[in-house]
Design a protein around this ligand. Structure first.
Ligand code: NAG
Ligand code: NAG
Length: 553
């Protein structure tokens, strides 16, 4: 039966309306990112997260929470006379999450990893240090490349001092530095170079320790400057440290307003993208956002949950006389995570609008992430994103993965796992935030890398011919090549987080149908990029390809 003309016309109008609604919702999505629930339960709450260069994420919490929500495999149990809660525990407190398969595998961690730190080594192993109680001097190694069967190996007394709330950073010589921790005003290295190896005093950490014993300088924000020294921010100010000679080479001014930014005030920080031009990085800039105001911790302990800070400070640490430039976030936030996205934008995600870090001390979850565009005009930099429905309070984390999504997990402001009768239940759900660059409507403009193969090894300063395809018309001068390090995330801070914009992005040219090549140049030295595994992306019109792993040495 033929459709009557009027029926057909109204059908066309109706379908245009539906199409219009569909397009406008998908544009709304494109503008604000998208949330996906990946796992209803990771079994352990994600207090710490590290992406490995085989696309698995190591997640761990603490061993002294009592039973977790995932059993150890094959009926295994952990017998630990020193555990403060369970002497015999048949549940796991660490898991490996396979990003590609979306699967969880329980792991056996033997000693307490609570509020610890870590970093990947140049060969891709995860070396994690310290924790609490029987774990505070322990070094734990996770071999990444073992076909999905590895587990933690523990080195008792691997550390000279106890390290609880310390910060680690990978160094150009292949070691990690382990800085501070509660009541530890010193640093040490791992691996040790022999018996002569010692801990080095760091008066700056004593000076920035809050006199009311609230500290506000734990998990100091540490970034490797391109001159080889370490930028270290604690409480409300920073130094540049020559860690080899144990000498302060520069003192930076206090952040404008003087508010504390480190744990438990718990703001976040990033090293903004480093642009390499002819083997040099002209501008090195650090950005710090949010936190709880001075006195916020003591007030929260007394039931007064103050509004979190909305200010961010940017400082060009490469300037002869660096000064703070302050900006205001559209949403105030404490315990937020700042994550570098492959296109050089900064995602500010998780956390609360009042209170502070610490047991039961956060209020008013901030469900909306914000994207910060570092190079846009001052008034056009912050962009509020679509909200999640899951509060991510104290002990929550976020991790960039190779396909450009950001995994979001954890949140447990309680001493134990409490799923009921509490304000913010222990959170085991794992979500992904997909920034708008992953919207399907942009797929035609997204580059796809075809060369080099993933896990290619590249020497400093060497050419990297990157071949890629793009379906839509390419704007050649909007191509860049970036490298992002997989960072260790806990307590609102990502250790070792670094993004390099490689030289040579402007050499992009067409080499065939929908196929292009760009001659990028690997970073020139370990000061600019410590030898390690990085994710390499081609970015077109701010849309990143899926990354490939490269090993820089
Ligand atoms: C704990 O794990 C079980 C499956 O083993 C699951 O059904 C349950 O929802 C989990 N509980 C929480 C709070 O995630
Ligand atoms: C959390 O659960 C533990 C038992 O696992 C219980 O002892 C404790 O009182 C609970 N805490 C709260 C705040 O309900």
């Amino acid at each position: 039966m033929a459709t009557s003309p009027s029926h057909s016309a109204s059908f066309t109008i109706l379908s245009s309306i539906i199409l219009y609604i569909f397009l406008s919702t998908s544009t709304a999505r494109a503008a604000g990112g998208r949330w996906t629930l990946l796992q209803k339960s990771t079994g352990v709450s994600a207090m710490h997260m590290q992406l490995l260069p085989n696309d698995r994420v190591i997640i761990f919490d603490r061993t002294d929470t009592g039973a977790s929500n995932i059993s150890l495999p094959n009926g295994k149990c952990r017998l630990d006379p020193r555990d403060t809660v369970l002497k015999k525990d048949c549940t796991a407190h660490s898991v490996e999450y396979d990003v590609v398969a979306n699967k969880i595998r329980p792991l056996m961690v033997l000693t307490d990893v609570w509020c610890s730190s870590g970093s990947l080594m140049p060969d891709g192993r995860l070396v994690q240090t310290g924790g609490f109680n029987d774990g505070d001097h322990v070094v734990r190694v996770y071999d990444t490349f073992c076909n999905g069967v590895c587990d933690w190996k523990e080195i008792q007394l691997g550390l000279i001092n106890r390290r609880w709330y310390a910060t680690n950073h990978l160094l150009p010589d292949g070691r990690q530095i382990v800085i501070g921790g509660r009541r530890q005003f010193n640093y040490e290295f791992y691996p040790k170079s022999g018996n002569s190896d010692k801990a080095y005093n760091m008066p700056f950490l004593a000076q920035t320790n809050d006199p009311n014993n609230v500290e506000n300088n734990l998990y100091p924000f540490v970034f490797l400057n391109t001159d080889g020294y370490l930028f270290i921010f604690a409480n409300n100010r920073a130094i540049l440290l020559d860690y080899m000679k144990n000498r302060v080479v520069k003192t930076f001014p206090e952040i404008v307003g003087g508010e504390p930014r480190n744990y438990p005030s718990s703001g976040s920080a990033v090293l903004l993208p480093l642009h390499i031009v002819k083997g040099n990085v002209a501008v090195v800039e650090v950005m710090i956002c949010g936190g709880a105001p001075k006195g916020g911790y003591v007030n929260a302990m007394n039931g007064k949950f103050e509004g979190a800070l909305s200010s961010c400070g940017r400082i060009r640490i490469s300037d002869p006389e660096p000064k703070w430039f302050m900006e205001t976030m559209p949403l105030n936030r404490v315990m937020g995570d700042m994550k570098l996205l492959p296109n050089g934008d900064v995602l500010i995600i998780n956390g609360a609008a009042s209170g502070t870090a610490g047991w039961e001390l956060g209020r008013n979850p901030v469900l909306r992430p914000v994207i910060y565009h570092p190079n846009k005009a001052v008034n056009a930099r912050f962009e509020v994103q679509n909200p999640s429905t899951v509060p991510r309070m104290y002990h929550s984390t976020a991790s960039l993965v190779r396909d450009g999504r950001v995994l979001v997990g954890g949140s447990n402001p309680h001493i134990y796992y409490n799923f009921t009768k509490v304000l913010f239940p222990t959170e085991l759900r794992l979500e992904a935030f997909s920034p708008s660059y992953l919207d399907p409507t942009l797929a035609g403009s997204r580059p796809k890398i075809i060369l080099p193969a993933t896990h290619t090894s590249i020497g400093y300063g060497k050419n990297i011919v990157v071949r890629f395809t793009v379906q839509n018309k390419v704007i050649l001068n909007l191509i860049s090549v970036t490298m992002v390090s997989p960072s260790f995330t806990t307590h609102a801070y990502s250790m070792n987080q670094r993004l390099l914009v490689l030289d040579g992005g402007n050499t992009a040219k067409s080499v065939g149908k929908s196929t292009y090549e760009v001659n990028a140049v690997a970073p020139p030295s370990g000061n600019i990029a410590p030898a390690a595994n990085y994710m390499l992306f081609v970015v077109h019109q701010d849309i990143p390809s899926e990354g490939i792993w490269v090993n820089i040495h």
